[in-house]
Design a protein around this ligand. Sequence first.
Ligand code: DC
Length: 244
Amino acid sequence: MVSKGLWTAPPFLEIGLPLQNKRLIVAIDGPSGAGKSTVGKALAKRLGYLYIDTGAMYRAVALMVKRSGIGLKDEQALEGLLSSLHLSFGNHEENCLYCDGEDITEAIRTPEISRLASEISQMKVVREAMVRLQREMGKEGGVVLEGRDIGTVVFPHADLKFYLDADPEERGRRRHKEWLEKGVTVEFKKTLQEVIERDQNDMNRSLSPLKKAEDAIFIDSTHRSVEEIVNEMCHIIDDKRKQE
Ligand code: DC
């Protein structure tokens, strides 16, 4: 609530607000290594919005599943874990992710957690819990959410939807560079193979597969800088606001 003297603003109610004044919901979907995180963070910063990395949330579940030793077939135990999970994003520059107060930003970025996250993200019980949480986090607008199903499932009525993609080789190179920077030595060929395998998992799973929403704007990031892409997105957002 915002207090101004005796007048107290009502809770944020957007229904019927013109787009010019609205704090938007911006969805960015696409495969891994397409640049969603870098672009999403930069766009959120430019707009003064909250950035929500939904992939990090699936990774957090994977980390907790690994630590707890719960078997993936044990739905009841999984439900228990999901219902007691407290995830929150730090709203400073680093976009840290906390689980029950613990900073897990680094712990979720390992090849093992990448694989497990891809596996658990195919499970209904996990997706339902994450989608619920993501809707809650984004419902008031002023957010950039990135993931695989934001424009198709989480916020099908998002104000703006982008689908970011790049050549698989380029995406593999970006992932490989990230691993090397983290001190993880892995062959490029293996990283590329994993990127392609994860794409297959994400695109072919039965629940909320990765696909471009019909009304999403396709952007190829292969030979483009982050700044160029963010500028393009900002122009599109400005144009859309003007048209309303
Ligand atoms: O974007 P990422 O690599 O951090 O995502 C980790 C895994 O989570 C990836 O295999 C796809 C899955 N994911 C998903 O199914 N839905 C989302 N909205 C975001 C990620």
